[in-house]
Structure formats: C-alpha cells, structure tokens
Design a protein around this ligand. Structure first.
Ligand code: C2O
Ligand code: CU
Length: 514
C-alpha cells in the first residue's frame, strides 16, 4: 500500500458541457473532476481548498471510512463545512475496498491487482452519466422548495456522458452563449481488445439506461462487489449506483454510439411546472471509436432493441456475488421499520418524511455560521431522524416502505448492505421470500413506487452515517436518516484537531482575513 496525494481546488468556472455556457462547480477547473486511482489498502490524502464562495464538503461515495467517520464529508453530521477560502485535508484508507466509487459531485474509480477479472480485460475507462441543467442549483432549489411548485422536479436540459452532451442551441434563450454540435465523449478502442468500463450515475435526479450499439456488456462488479458475469445489452442505472462491465471490441472496425438514455417513464416529465424552455433530447450520446476505422465520422449505428426492466435495478438473480455472502443469514439484533412519504405543510411547503419526521441539517440556517457539531446520541432533536445501533457486530435489518408514487434510490454511508428483498406495490415483505443466503451486497438500491425494501448490514463501523435517498431534491426536503452506530465506541475516538477547528471557526469572513 502507498499513500496517494491529491490537491483539489473547488471553484466556479464557466464551461459548456453541452454547448450551452454556464457556471459550473468544478474540481481544479474540470468537470467531471479528476479520477483517483488507488489500490486496496492505499491511503488517500486529498487537500481540498474551497474557493467556491460558499461553504462546502466532499463526500467519498461508497468508501466505508472505517476509523475515520470525520472524513465522510457530510456537513452537520460528520463535520462542519469548509468555509470559503479554507482548506481541509481528507485522509482515509481504502481498507479492504476495491471497485468503482465516486466523490460528489464528481467521480472516482479504483482498480486492484487482485481483481478476479483482471486477466479478462486489457484497458479500463470510467464513464459518468448525469443530467444537466442550464440553471444552477441555486436557482432551481428555491423553486423546488417554494410552496406552489411542491413535488415537481425540474426537467433537465441535457443528458451528459462523461460531462459531454449536445444541446439544441436554437432552443437557448436570447442572450445566452450556446455553440451547436458540441463535442461528445469519445472512447477509443483497438479491435479484439477488451475494455472494462466503470459506469457511474452521478446525476442529481435521473434514471439512465446505458448501452453501446452492437456490443454486449458483461457485468462483473456492482459497487465494489465482484459478481458472476452476466451478459446484457442494456444497463439500467440509478443515481449513486456503479457497475463495471467488460466490453469486447469484437465488431467490424468503425464508430458506434454509446448511449446514456434517460428513462422517460421514471424521470421528471413534461407535466412539470418547472419546465422552462427545455428542449431536451432524452438520448445522451457518446462515441466508441475503433482505432482501425478508416474514418471518425459520427456513428450511424442503431440501438439494440433488447428489453430491460424499466426503472428497476438489474434483477438479483443476475447479480450474484462471486464470493457467497453468509454473514447476513443470522438472527437480527436490531430491527427498524421505516416509512417514507411526502407531506405538504400548512404553509404549503413540501417535505419528505422518514419515520414521520423530516431531517433538518444542523447547518441549514445560513445565518448560523458558528455551529457546534453536537455529538449524538444525547439530546438529538427528533428532526435529526436518528437510529441508534448499540449491538457490536449485530445484524441490523431495515424494512423500508415507500408510501408514495415515485421511485427512490437509497444510499448508505459507511457500509454496504445486503439486498434481502425488493417488493413491488402490494408485495409486502415476506420473510419466506428473503434472500439472506447469497444476496447482492451494494450501497445504493432502487425502491419501487409504493414498494418495499429489506436490507441487512453488520454494525461494525462506529460513527455517524447517513442513509438517504440520493435524489437531490429529496435530500433537500429531508429524506435522510442518520445511523448512530456504536456510540459508546465512537465516543472514545479522537477526532483530528483540524476537523474540529472548522466548527469553532466557521465564521469564514474572519478566517479569510488571516
Ligand atoms: Cu453519494 Cu450521501 O451520498
Ligand atoms: Cu427519493
């Protein structure tokens, strides 16, 4: 194992990922941000300098952060935000983990010599799928939160593949800067070589289907878990999820479309009141280019007609861990029923409730610059939506009921969990149908509309971990739980001084003057 050092400067820059120019929150001026490559057991040290003009943190989506809960990057839960003009060093081990991860809002791919599939591919690439809005979150969020828009999610302006897309500029409002025929993401391959693609849905609110015309996708990894190979043509992938697929460049040398298509049936649709001037083409495109091809014209290939389960994860039967998972087939020590629903408050404001309470971050109040990160679990207000886990190495089971007509994509920090049961509407969790013997283990999973989810994990990681829907709008309105795991052990850990100091000196105006 080695230590890998990175410098990340968070800053706003003007970019035109789909031709249309806007302000983008970037890492080192790039969008998507730089890739971190590391091996199992490596130490990752990232010096993050915040020049955004607003407080910020970085979350390392999917990393367990064993012994380093304070580097998990959840403002108000595991740290106070980094004020503008201030740096913070994140310093954590990849531990036993290997696979495909991501840092918000950008991405991170890892690889490993001990990868069981290492001999089956020659090169690897990372692909991010994201939806793109020409208006910044700063504009959209207040609209979404406003009483009369309640529940309507803004329609994106473009789907992006690896940060590139192509907007129809004739639809751009007068006065904006938009260049038509923007460059698409291009992946070069050599004939008869094999490529591992790490595919990451880094959207705020979009269900994607990934495919490459004329090429099969061999799924080998799901969020750090190597699985028995399954061959598919279309990969449905929801926010926060990651997969690795092997693609064999076995077709006639040429150019083929790579597709990141938004699944219309489960994305915000045109009845939304937040529809602005959206002229969206739902079919995001990229290019697979054979180096042997005699031209690099844009492809004319046609899309596979293979079916996939719309708005659902790949079936469990096609996702079997290479190494059978047995540790979840034990008596449950901590059990929680969790309901998820929406509610319109008396003032018209729309909130999401988990267990009848809507999560409010300790720092949502922008005037409250100086915050003390209270150490849970004592005296936490109900709005902190906490589940307390006291049984070391216990098997925790969460049964989640989605009492509303939309999908959610639930993600847990600090853990992967076994997906024991996913039920459609009316398909109430039935223990006789649970897969506890060899379930897929992952950290992000789709819950059907009015459906059910049963997951299990082992309480072996002391700290405060978030469990939330990864739809950006739903997080904002409180669809978040916090797990307070083994507090008596966590209490004894020493949080690094520089992390604590962010809280005591949150008044960033002062800090800047130093
Ligand atoms: Cu991508 Cu709270 O996670
Ligand atoms: Cu949700």
């Amino acid at each position: 194992p080695v230590t890998r050092f990175y410098n990340f400067t968070l800053k706003k820059v003007k970019l035109s990922p789909d031709g249309f120019e806007r302000t983008v929150w970037s890492v080192n001026g790039q969008y998507p941000g730089p890739i971190i490559r590391a091996n199992k057991g490596d130490q990752i040290v990232v010096n993050v300098t915040n020049n955004l003009g607003d407080p910020a943190t970085v979350h390392w989506h999917g990393m367990y952060q064993r012994e380093t809960n304070w580097y998990d990057g959840v403002p108000g839960q595991t740290q106070c935000p980094i004020p503008n003009g201030v740096s913070m060093v994140y310093n954590f081990s990849t531990g036993e983990q290997h696979g495909t991860y991501w840092y918000h809002s950008h991405f991170m791919a890892q690889y490993l010599e001990e990868d069981p599939y290492l001999k089956q591919y020659d090169y690897e690439y990372a692909v991010t799928l994201s939806e793109w809005h020409h208006r910044t979150t700063g504009v959209l969020l207040p609209l979404y939160d406003a009483p009369n828009y309640a529940g309507f999610r803004p329609i994106p302006d473009s789907p992006l593949i690896s940060g590139r897309g192509r907007y129809n500029c004739t639809a751009a409002p007068a006065g904006s800067s938009c260049k038509p025929n923007a460059q698409l993401a291009k992946y070069n391959v050599k004939k008869n070589k094999k490529y591992r693609f790490h595919i990451i849905n880094s959207s705020g609110d979009a269900f994607f289907v990934f495919s490459i015309d004329k090429h099969k996708l061999k799924v080998i990894e799901v969020e750090g878990e190597y699985v028995r190979p399954t061959i598919i043509e279309k990969l449905p992938i929801y926010i926060g999820q990651r997969y690795s697929v092997i693609v064999d460049a076995d077709q006639p040398a040429g150019n083929y479309w790579i597709r990141g298509t938004l699944d219309k049936s489960c994305n915000p649709i045109n009845n939304s009141t937040i529809n602005f001037d959206s002229a969206i083409d739902w079919r995001g495109l990229g290019i697979l280019h054979y180096e042997e091809a005699t031209n690099s014209d844009e492809p004319t290939s046609v899309e596979s007609t293979q079916n996939y389960r719309a708005c659902r994860d790949l079936d469990q039967t096609s996702l079997q861990p290479l190494q059978p998972k047995t540790q979840y087939d034990k008596p449950v020590t901590d059990f929680f029923n969790i309901t998820v629903r929406f509610q319109r408050n008396d003032d018209g404001v729309f909130r999401a409730l988990m267990n009848e309470s809507s999560y409010v971050s300790q720092i949502n109040d922008p005037t409250n610059h100086k915050i003390t990160l209270k150490f849970p679990p004592e005296d936490l207000p109900k709005e902190q939506n906490s589940l307390i886990l006291n049984n070391e190495k216990g098997v925790v089971e969460l049964v989640l009921m989605n009492n509303n007509p939309g999908l959610h994509t639930f993600h847990m920090h600090g853990h992967s969990f076994a997906v024991v049961f996913v039920g459609e509407k009316g398909d109430f969790p039935d223990p006789s149908k649970y897969n506890t013997k060899n379930p897929i283990v992952r950290d992000t999973v789709t819950v059907p509309e009015f459906g059910y989810l049963v997951i299990r994990f082992i309480a072996d990681n002391p700290g405060i971990w978030s469990f939330h829907c990864h739809i950006e709008w739903h997080v904002e309105i409180g669809m978040v739980l916090q797990l307070i795991e083994l507090p008596s052990i966590f209490k004894q850990k020493v949080i690094p001084e520089d992390v604590i100091s962010l809280c005591m000196e949150f008044d960033y105006e002062k800090k800047k003057k130093r």
